[in-house]
Structure formats: structure tokens, C-alpha cells
Design a protein. Structure first.
Length: 113
């Protein structure tokens, strides 16, 4: 139980969530991640060190650069589910539900009106 709480603690930071989202499609070096999340490379490195200690991200040395990637698919899924849950707080019919279903009479805007 305590380890699960530690995972949530690591994910309770907007910059770390943005880093995980940036790493969804593959590995990136620190400078690219810093640009994507609009933070300094030093700040992103600190977040990556914490995520690495928590075994949420892993590294690969490529010459003189270090590339970061998600250690497994679970961090990606946790962040995705958290975003979906947040969307539910804002909208009774969030966009992620609309994407999963083909349009039918009962899901169109006209049918809801």
C-alpha cells in the first residue's frame, strides 16, 4: 500500500505529469523534455531524477546524451486515467467518451437537446 501511495506522490506534480505525457510516444533527452514542458533543463533533470528513483522512467545512454523513456505502460495509464477522471469533474459527457463510441442517435448533440 505504501508503495502505491509513493507512486501517487510522484504523480502529484504538474511538471512530472507533463513529462510523462511527453514520454508517451518514446524516449527524449532532457533538453527536448524541458522545451516541451516549458521548464529549465535543470528543473526537468531534478524531476526526472525523482521519477527515475521511483522507477517510473528509465534511461539509455546515447553518446554524451541521456535519453529518458517510461519504464513501463502503467505510468502512462495512470496519468491518462487521472486526466479522464478530471474531465468527468468538468463535463458529464467528457470528450474521451465521445471518442470511444461511434455516433448514434442518443449521443448526438441534437438528441441531448
Amino acid at each position: 500500500m505504501e508503495l502505491a501511495v509513493e507512486v501517487f506522490t510522484m504523480l502529484a506534480d504538474a511538471t512530472r505529469v507533463r513529462i510523462i505525457l511527453a514520454l508517451r510516444d518514446g524516449e527524449l533527452p532532457v533538453n527536448s523534455l524541458a522545451e516541451i514542458v516549458s521548464k529549465s533543463p535543470a528543473g526537468v533533470s531534478q524531476h526526472l531524477a525523482k521519477l527515475r528513483l521511483a522507477r517510473i522512467v528509465a534511461t539509455r545512454q546515447g553518446g554524451n546524451r541521456v535519453f529518458y523513456r517510461l519504464a513501463n505502460e502503467h505510468a502512462r495509464q495512470l496519468v491518462t486515467d487521472a486526466i479522464f477522471q478530471a474531465q468527468h469533474a468538468l463535463d458529464e459527457h467528457p470528450a474521451h467518451h465521445k471518442q470511444d463510441r461511434p455516433p448514434t442517435e442518443t449521443t448526438t448533440d441534437a438528441a441531448r437537446a
